[in-house]
Write a protein that binds this ligand. Sequence first.
Ligand SMILES: NC(=[NH2+])NCCC[C@H](N)C(=O)O
Length: 684
Amino acid sequence: MLDLDQNKLEQRTTRAEREVKAIEDELQRISEGDLSYTGDPQLEKLLTDNEKLKHRLAILENAIKAESSGVSREPTKREVRKRPTLITDISSVEGNVCILDELKNIFEVAITSAYPNLIDPPIVITLSGNNPKFGDYQCNSAMAISQLLKANNIKTNPREVANNILNKTPTSPLIERIEVAGAGFLNIYLNKEFAEHVLNCILRFGVKPPPLKRERIIVDFSSPNIAKEMHVGHLRSTIIGDSICRVLEFLNQDVLRINHLGDWGTQFGMLIAHLQDKFPNFKTHSPPISDLQAFYKESKKRFDEDEEFKKRAYACVVNLQSGHADYITAWKLICEVSRQEFQKIYDRLDIKIIDRGESFYHSRMNTVVKELKDGGYLEDDEGRLIMWGDPVKHDGIPLTIVKSDGGYTYDTSDMATIKQRVEEERGDRFIYVTDAGQYTHFVIIEACARRAGILKSGQKVEHVGFGVVLGEDKKKFKTRSGDTIKLIDLLDEGLKRALDKLIEKGRDKVLTPEELKQAQEAVAYGCIKYADLSHNRVNDYVFSFDKMLDDKGNTAVYLLYALTRIRSIARTAQISIDQLLVEVQKSGFKLSHDSEWKLAKVLLRFPEVILKVSNDLYMHSLCEYLYEISSTFTEFYDKCYCVEKDKEGKIVKIIYERLMLCEVTARIMEKSLDILGIKTVSRM
Ligand SMILES: NC(=[NH2+])NCCC[C@H](N)C(=O)O
């Protein structure tokens, strides 16, 4: 009986143990991701698909590894780049040729034919700097290529690579010769004949832009807020934004200049309430608000101190938002007063811009909010609706799309704005010029717009940020009494200081009153713009009239003087541009003196400087270039006389080539100053 029981018990134990073992095995397989035990056909299919994908992934990973280590292999069809078309004949070249780009093309051809199996080899061309020993430009690809080859167990050294590249470099009318130097540099010497031809073209046809694919570019700049002051930050945005538009317009881009005025928001509630009290008949008689800032301050004071007023202000917002006619009229009146103030600044600085403030997007905000809601992009956060740029990582801060009271924010308006610019304006490039503090705002706007599919690949968002303006004491820019400086007052002071400077130099005695006034304005506004543009915009900058009106160093005054001096050379020679053209065609144009050649090479760089600036939007490179032209010109003029006079001051000889260099220099300087928004004068 006992035996029998024991037997049964043993059998049951073994069975149980077997079952436990089976369950354990299954658990093990499941935890390793193997679900095959289920026998579900759909799952089976997914599992095989998964296996296939894993295999594919391994192949791709290997390919990526091979590529990043620079392994050379047969390039795939897609990787074979279209061979660039090179310039073969000088006469086909015009004055707008970008030498740097052509050299890149030449060396792309050379390098890809020397190393056909290298995927995406580095094509590094730079300006050689001041030492003529290193040529005019350099190709520095040999070192990097040699590294790539070594990583792939191909024994070589940079000099050998440089020589291989040199052997494959096609001849070009741009290049006189190329030398292998040092550790494998390729020093490139430009061809004088080519330079002479280009300068001749500029003389005959003017300064022409290098070709660039036309894009629709929306530049959002200036953008002050209604009823609040337009401060020095907005001045920076205005100056930088205008100059960016100018360079893009010069390059034949389709530019839309937008003033994204802060013309919508809760501040209008108190402004309207105050308007109703102060000017009850505002609907029939335009209210004489001369100082909107003071008006703003008064209404703010009442808003903060008077509960009754506050309630009315809120009611006004509701009425305005719902489009009540009287409230719209009041709002328009207030906006108009501000606009007229802003326009005074724009007129003085010669700024063209289209007003399209936040209110323009009022109804579009509803649409975008609905779309974002429907798309499942919004999350509830204690009653607010927020959107993350990255829904998984939650990097940075999210946008607040709808506030807990149902209202919209700056974020909402910028989402509606970017959607309008993509879908209605059909923009390719979206540029925002604001203080550096708004950088993250635009990063998140871009991320959210991409996430929501508003922005497509190929469409670029660029935030052009800038630093704070400081006073000479390196503190926040304020008046002596500590008030914020009104822009109009600042411009007036500029005018006064410019006139003082001109009188100090005795210019009032030689210029006509009209010329003096022109010079005064050119100097005043020119120096304010140039001081801003000539610094790397991301840095804070110290606003100093003394520094910007200095006629030595890299200032507008120095450049404007230099330009008038160059212009006066042809005037003393009494040679018109037509005569100059005839003479130059007769004698042929030859660069002989070293200083002429040096100046010519600087002038030839204009297209590459313009293309660089239009791409990175750092205008200070153009200012540095202008300063380089002007100092190279001075060096040339010191060494090379253009007009020879006898003891009595009678002209005995004119060197036309040199007058021509003067003319081309002046034209390139004028064009550059024009791009910076600076007016030039013929006499100063
Ligand atoms: N789309 C934009 N958010 N543009 C910039 C607007 C600048 C804003 N009004 C300010 O004063 O700071």
